[in-house]
Design a protein around this ligand. Structure first.
Ligand code: AMP
Ligand code: MG
Length: 415
């Protein structure tokens, strides 16, 4: 039996995450991508505007472009032309004249006010203005949105649809982003059986590779399925040796507790350095992190299916985000009224599985999914949030306010 690392400190969830993040060096490798492929990727550089937006004065409404000084109550202006979106009016507007203008069209140089069409009456090319205009009304000025030289997107930003739109408005076609981490995922355990194979006695089908690879892909990363390693020291060793050069991260599940066949810690120590392995959380207390000699980061997650998903969401994905150059942003914690009793012993922080709903009045309510043991993957399938119970908490009663973390706000658990 392997010796457990008895001296390892027990860390809180926040301490463990901070330690995980601190140990990761952001990648320097970059990709140049068309904007259309850059959603969710992290920018390498600050992007400054090369064009002011709008680039020219344009109309916010359909109507008439006038010189404010030409307005006289009860006097009509003569329509001498039109400025349409994409087809500017290039002439001069004579005194007491106007041009028709549409939304987005360039405002003629000597006009300073737009009168909306609804406030006018037109007869024989003569426009009568029915409401006194306000000087400069309905004109969008150069740079109202973004001024030349202003920051469009900061460096180390995970690009959203709106930001890609802003970059497109600058005429950009491609952008430099940090390379995505490549993750190799494998399971450990003699009891594990591949889908499609006949289940031998005492076997279970492997579910962790499916849920972990899918979480990583849902979070936007490249995850390769490396199969199952048997509970065998040399098999574990060769898996690490064969794959460490190929991946930025290796992720395993199982084999990290103090059980009979826990080879992960010793294999990691042989091939690199162990960082720590005890986090005061439930599910997911035993967890190994470290770095292999090749520089590949290693996460040995607990084998129980819920534990592996929770630790992936809480530690692995923040680590991948850090590697990719974007700072970890703490997940928002919301308050909800608990419908049911929640059982918990004081000691460890718990991520219980819950189902939240809105109460129709702007508040949230949450109910437990039931049995909270770490092998009950069904609870993750039913849940849409974690109910977060502090270490010292001894549970909650119906009507209590509890903290919840929506799956919608956790990369990997949201779709
Ligand atoms: P371990 O961490 O290896 O001691 O495993 C803890 C529990 O998780 C055991 O009940 C294992 O059978 C189960 N387990 C480990 N790996 C997997 C997996 N890949 N899929 C489903 N269950 C697993
Ligand atoms: Mg095992």
């Amino acid at each position: 039996m392997n010796q457990p690392t008895k001296s390892a400190p027990v860390l809180t969830v926040d301490e463990a995450r901070a330690a995980v993040i601190a140990a990761i060096s952001a990648t320097c490798e970059t990709d140049s991508l068309p904007l259309s492929e850059a959603l969710g990727r992290v920018t390498c550089n600050k992007i400054q505007a090369v064009v002011s937006i709008p680039p020219f004065r344009n109309s916010a409404m359909d109507g008439y472009a006038i010189r404010f000084a030409d307005y006289q109550p009860d006097t009509a202006l003569t329509v001498v032309g039109k400025s349409l979106a994409g087809h500017p009016f290039n002439g001069k507007i004579p005194a007491s004249a106007t041009v028709t203008i549409t939304t987005g069209a360039q405002v003629p140089e000597d006009a300073d006010t737009i009168v909306i069409v609804e406030n006018t009456t037109i007869t024989d090319n003569q426009v009568r203005i029915n409401e006194p205009p306000v000087k400069h009304q309905h004109i969008r000025n150069i740079g109202d949105d973004i001024k030349h030289g202003a920051t469009v997107v900061e460096a180390n930003t995970r690009l959203t649809a709106a930001q890609l739109g802003l970059l497109a408005a600058q005429g950009m076609q491609s952008i430099e982003v940090f390379k995505q981490p490549r993750v190799g995922v494998f399971s450990t355990g003699d009891e594990l059986c591949e889908a499609g194979q006949k289940r031998f006695e005492g076997a279970i089908y492997d579910s962790n590779r499916m849920s972990l690879c899918t979480m990583l892909r849902a979070a936007g990363y490249i995850a390769d399925d490396l199969g199952i390693a048997r509970d065998d020291q040399s098999e574990m060793q060769s898996l690490l040796t064969d794959n460490q050069g190929k991946y930025d991260f290796l992720l395993s599940s199982g084999g990290v507790s103090v059980g009979e066949a826990d080879y992960v810690k010793s294999a990691l120590e042989e091939n690199g350095a162990l960082q720590f392995w005890k986090v005061a959380m439930k599910p997911g207390k035993p967890m190994v992190t470290g770095k292999l000699k090749s520089g590949t980061y290693y996460f040995g997650l607990p084998g129980n299916p819920v534990s592996s998903m929770v630790t992936c969401a809480q530690f692995v994905i923040p680590a991948l985000q850090t590697f990719e150059g974007s700072a970890f942003r703490p997940t928002p914690v919301l308050k909800a009224i608990c419908d049911t009793q929640l059982c918990k012993d004081a000691g460890r922080f718990e991520f219980q599985r819950g189902i939240y709903r809105t109460d129709g009045k702007g508040g949230l309510q949450v109910t437990t999914t039931g049995l909270q043991d770490s092998h009950v993957l069904h609870s993750m399938g039913q849940a849409n949030c974690f109910i977060c119970l502090d270490a010292q908490s001894t549970g909650a009663s119906a009507g209590d306010v509890v903290n919840i973390m929506l799956f919608d706000t956790l990369a990997g658990l949201t779709i």
